[in-house]
Design a protein around this ligand. Structure first.
Ligand SMILES: *Cc1c(COP(=O)(O)O)cnc(C)c1O
Length: 360
């Protein structure tokens, strides 16, 4: 059997069937129905968040919060991410300004932000990659000094806590993706957590065409609503999340045990005071027995699909003009990083086999 980089988590079939049964009574399938309301409330509770708005996916959640904040001009961001982050900025008519990353956490390097701030800048959009948090204190101090908003792409960070508090509550807003491949999924889905109730209200209009009652349109919105079937999946999956996080942690501990100290391999450091969600297990190949590409090929030959995640950089492709040299640390990491298979019930013997293939 092939092993993929991830395997979507599902609740027991009967649990989901039971959850969606009431939809055959109500015939209310979407448009902020009972499941949608319950999932928003459950997430508010789980994340300790003031405001939660659900979306049909993480990308539209990010596009919508950028629109709701009415940002202008330039946005400082990282190229070491999934292209969604960069596209969400560009599709709002804004210019992404690429900041290099820190070589240990792979998140935006706060020491390089200020040199990129021009009078046109309106926000910073950093990304918590692999479940590792950005240096949020440093980033938010710079933002406050220059009057910039901070929106975190927290697609990888659902369930991560800093000093016991959910990472969802950092900055002005955070976006989560609930895509099938993420730690917590609603098949497709996403959410924005924000502090300002006026931003939540505007997002609620934008995700539903700007409709305010049957005869009023108050905003030129689009459609980014989460359906009742997706919200029902979220209600079920949330009940299993703790068990899945524990399963992921066990796999990560095994990888760490097998791979720490192997010459030429760098594995992610644990962050002090941070409780990770063990979303991904990236390994950087720099002077190891095999290069990243050789390791990926050796795994593929055994039916094991690791991913070059994130490669290429978002600023190093035709859409953004092949400008990776402007962010040399990010370019270096992206050419050497491989994300190994990781999901809650990945067998320990498979973890051991994967480690052998890339080191022997
Ligand atoms: C998955 C992901 C997104 C997009 O989320 P979707 O729910 O797939 O639209 C954005 N940013 C990052 C970093 C992601 O990993």
């Amino acid at each position: 059997m092939n092993i993929n980089v991830t395997k979507s988590s599902l609740p027991p079939y009967e649990e989901y069937a039971e959850e969606i049964k009431s939809l055959w009574d109500s015939h209310w399938l979407t448009n902020m129905g009972e499941k949608h309301q319950r999932l928003e409330a459950a997430l508010k509770d789980y994340l300790g968040a003031e405001q939660v708005t659900l979306f049909t996916n993480g990308h539209l959640a990010l596009e919508t919060v950028i629109a709701a904040m009415e940002l202008t001009g330039e946005v400082i961001t990282t190229p070491f991410t999934f292209v969604s982050t960069t596209n969400a900025i560009t599709r709002n008519g804004l210019k992404p300004v690429f900041c290099d990353i820190d070589p240990e956490s792979y998140t935006m390097d706060p020491a390089k932000i200020e040199a990129l701030i021009t009078p046109e800048a309106s926000a910073i959009i950093p990304v918590h990659v692999y479940g590792t948090l950005c240096d949020t204190d440093a980033i938010e101090a710079i933002a406050a000094k220059h009057g910039l908003k901070v929106i975190y792409d927290a697609a990888h960070a659902f369930g991560v806590k800093k000093n016991g508090v959910s990472a969802a509550n950092l900055g002005d807003a955070s976006m989560f993706s609930f895509h099938a491949t993420k730690v917590f999924n609603t098949v497709e889905g996403g959410a924005v957590i924000c502090r300002d109730p006026a931003i939540k209200e505007r997002m609620d209009y934008i995700k539903n065409f700007g409709v305010h009652g049957p005869e009023r349109i108050v905003y030129p919105g689009g459609n980014a609503k989460m359906s009742e079937f997706h919200a029902a999946m979220g209600l079920c999956n949330l009940r299993h999340l703790d068990e899945w996080l524990a399963g992921r942690k066990a796999v990560v501990e095994r990888y760490r045990k097998n791979l720490s100290g192997v010459p030429g391999l760098t594995i992610l450091r644990e962050q002090e005071g941070v409780e990770s969600n063990y979303a991904y297990f990236p390994v950087v190949f720099d002077g190891a027995k095999y290069t990243r590409d050789e390791a990926a090929e050796r795994l593929a030959a055994q039916g094991i699909n690791a991913r070059k995640y994130f490669f290429p950089l978002t600023n190093h492709n035709e859409a953004y003009g092949f400008r990776g040299e402007e962010t040399p640390v990010a370019l270096h990491i992206s050419e050497r990083v491989l994300t190994l298979p990781l999901y809650p019930n990945l067998a320990m013997e498979d973890v051991d086999r994967i480690c052998e293939i890339i080191t022997e």
